[in-house]
Design a protein around this ligand. Structure first.
Ligand SMILES: Nc1nc2c(ncn2[C@@H]2O[C@H](COP(=O)(O)OP(=O)(O)OP(=O)(O)O)[C@@H](O)[C@H]2O)c(=O)[nH]1
Ligand SMILES: [Mg+2]
Length: 334
């Protein structure tokens, strides 16, 4: 199960009360006031964590309460601050207040932290209330309430890996084989009309997000086919996979690679210079051994180990997923 929407209840800590206290002095019955301030109530923050891809960690715990500030004490001792709570959420999480629906934050940068409820300030101790007319103030302040909210988390995934290639290259087939996403697959071009995301599990802990986008053709930058508008959906990915159909009798791999790379470059240098791996598809239907050898030579000439897959037999899929998991792990920004 992939959870991308959840409601939480969050309570920041109450500020600790200030103390009413007086110095003990041998000579006098009562010395001056020395009641310290209460501690700050704990706040609740959320932090964008690139390693997470779902809101599943919140499935069983939906209520979070930060610590109360402790009371101030005599000798102007400040009360201990309440404990903060830090919740990790996936990149792309949107936080909204309920019931207003107001957007509080959108976490887009790894490590970005936002405060969702702020702890109450501690009350002032009676040491602050001494005056010329009142040398023994009994007054101290209570702590302030911490903020309490119901919030809604919505996850808009940002893909780690973007798929590019000609129509029919097998992009959607790959996504359907390695993730729970079920994009439409058919033997005609432009089956995929909208980008689709799938979460790929590498093992029990690690996963990444793959984005399937509509195919590109020659002239896409000038609007041919569906154009290159969809490339903006893979602009934020960390790497691209360029799928090349090795079983297509109408097109040599060299040509397929050249055309797609031309379109990527025409779209943006940023996208073109992203890490990009070639993946040969339809290995099961490959007739021409020479073609395979040429494709492998191109990969090696780029310092890349050749990757060949079949969405039909499943050959090469697990190795590809492990490779991607390892690559992304190395790229991990702290
Ligand atoms: N034999 C074989 N056929 C495949 C393989 N992968 C995909 N196909 C077939 O190729 C055709 C196109 O597959 P899709 O996955 O829809 O291709 P796509 O790249 O998503 O195509 P568009 O969405 O149109 O850009 C379908 O008929 C698939 O069944 C494979 O590994 N082997
Ligand atoms: Mg498709």
């Amino acid at each position: 199960m992939f959870l991308d929407h959840i409601l939480l209840h969050v309570e920041a800590g109450h500020g600790g009360p200030g103390a009413t206290s007086f110095r003990r002095e041998k000579s006098a019955e009562k010395g001056g006031p020395d009641g310290g301030d209460g501690g700050l109530g704990g706040s609740i923050h959320m932090r964008a964590n690139r390693a997470l891809n779902t809101l599943n960690p919140f499935r069983h715990k939906r209520e979070f309460i930060a610590g109360r500030g402790a009371s101030g004490e005599g000798c102007t001792r400040h009360g201990v601050d309440g404990e903060n709570v830090l919740l990790d959420v996936p990149l792309g999480t949107i936080i909204r207040d309920l019931p207003s629906g107001e957007q509080l934050a959108e976490l887009l940068e790894p490590g970005q932290i936002v405060c969702v409820v702020r702890g109450g300030r501690g009350g002032l101790g009676n040491v602050h209330f001494k005056s010329s007319t009142n040398r023994t103030p009994k007054h101290s302040q209570p702590g302030e309430d911490g903020e309490i909210r119901d919030i809604e988390l919505e996850l808009k995934l940002i893909a780690d890996v973007g798929l590019v290639g000609f129509p029919n290259a097998g992009k959607s087939t790959l996504v359907s084989r390695v993730s729970a996403a079920r994009p439409k697959i058919a033997d005609y071009p432009f089956t995929t009309l909208e980008p689709q995301l799938g979460v790929v599990a590498v093992d029990e802990v690690d996963s990444f997000v793959i984005a399937d986008i509509p195919g590109l053709i020659e002239g896409a930058a000038q609007g041919a086919g569906l154009g290159i508008q969809f490339l903006r959906h893979v602009e934020r990915t960390r790497m691209l996979l360029h799928l090349v159909d090795l079983a297509d009798p109408m097109q040599e791999p060299e040509e397929a690679i050249r055309i797609i790379e031309g379109e990527l470059q025409a779209f943006s240098e940023v996208l073109f210079s992203k890490p990009r791996w070639l993946v040969g598809t339809k290995l099961d239907a490959l007739q021409d051994e020479d073609r395979r050898a040429r494709f492998e030579a191109i990969c090696r000439s780029r310092g890349q180990e050749p990757l060949l897959i079949s969405g039909v037999t499943g050959e090469g899929l697990r190795p590809l997923v492990f490779k991607l998991g390892a690559m992304l792990g190395q790229m991990q920004t702290p």
